[in-house]
Design a protein around this ligand. Structure first.
Ligand SMILES: [Zn+2]
Length: 300
């Protein structure tokens, strides 16, 4: 894990999940924590070695790869933790993610792994978008929904910690169909990012970029291609087809790998996000046919 300085105040740890760090005077703010105790241990050691403070923690959204190290951090340091509304309730009750990915059922043990469920996190202050003073920090919290229900990024000066609002090209190629819960919100968030004109941006997965517009446009085009492929698949079924049919055809088209039920559940949610967009755009009708959920293309 590499510790990279961006400017006088802003840094990040570049790893499988990026962790932001902001230092002002004797205050130090971590943005997300990485997936587990081991990741957090290394961060604490690297900051302690440089005599850099850790006093505050901001969690951008309640996915375990971003908050899994927080419980350990809270045991090791006196730290003031802030998180967005709704996300905060999952952080304090992390079983909620395996529950929602199991359609509300009590999750099977396979769903309760460290990628879907971390240890509970104490949240000291629930935040929403807008400017806020936190200790010696001036933070501009930016609503970036789409990848999760209430994800917030944070702008410090003109540097954006963008959470999972967009992915590096490498990540898009790896996942093929990225995890989102709301396709319209995802696209609106990408448009918002393009209009912000930040000096530089750090995604949750990828690297810091000064000219980030190109990556954001690549993300936008990628989602549009997925949406178009969905409509093409549906056009072969003028009388509609079941969710299972669309899911398997889309995964085949995008060459997705589903090694486990828990990974499958993430793709089910992502693919459903595009279907919801189609329904809201009145291009798809959802109904129940022969006891199955059915999706029928409309003429619009
Ligand atoms: Zn995430």
């Amino acid at each position: 894990m590499e510790f990279i300085q961006i400017n006088h105040n802003c840094y990040y740890f570049n790893g499988p999940v990026n962790i932001g760090y902001v230092n002002v005077g004797d205050h130090g703010l971590l943005i997300d924590t990485g997936i587990d105790q081991q990741a957090m241990k290394r961060i604490i050691r690297m900051l302690d070695d440089r005599s850099l403070p850790i006093t505050h923690l901001f969690i951008t959204h309640a996915h375990a790869d971003h908050y899994g190290g927080a419980n350990y951090l809270q045991k090791k340091k006196r730290i003031y933790t802030i998180a967005p509304a709704v996300e905060e309730s999952i952080l304090q009750n992390p079983i909620i993610e395996p529950i929602y990915l199991s359609q509300g059922n009590r999750p099977l043990i396979d769903m309760r792994n460290k990628f879907l469920e971390g240890s509970p996190v104490r949240v000291d202050h629930i935040v929403s978008e807008g400017m806020m003073k936190l200790g010696q920090f001036e933070l501009d919290l930016i609503a970036l929904p789409g990848h999760s229900i209430n994800q917030l990024g944070v702008k410090v000066g003109n540097i954006l910690y963008a959470a999972d609002s967009y992915f590096s090209e490498e990540q898009l190629n790896k996942h093929r169909i990225p995890f989102i819960i709301d396709a319209n919100a995802t696209l609106a968030t990408l448009e918002k990012l393009l209009s912000m004109g930040v000096e530089g941006s750090i995604p949750g997965h990828g690297v810091y970029e000064v000219e980030v517009d190109k990556t954001i446009i690549t993300n936008y085009d990628h989602h549009v291609s997925i949406i178009e492929s969905m409509y093409r698949i549906l056009s072969n079924y003028p009388d509609g087809c079941s969710f299972e049919t669309i899911m398997s055809e889309m995964c085949r088209k995008w060459n997705v790998h589903l090694p486990s039920v828990s990974v499958w559940s993430l793709y089910r949610t992502a693919i459903f996000s595009y279907l919801i967009k189609g329904i809201e755009d009145k291009k798809i009708e959802m109904t129940v046919k022969d006891f199955n959920l059915y999706f029928i293309p409309t003429d619009e």
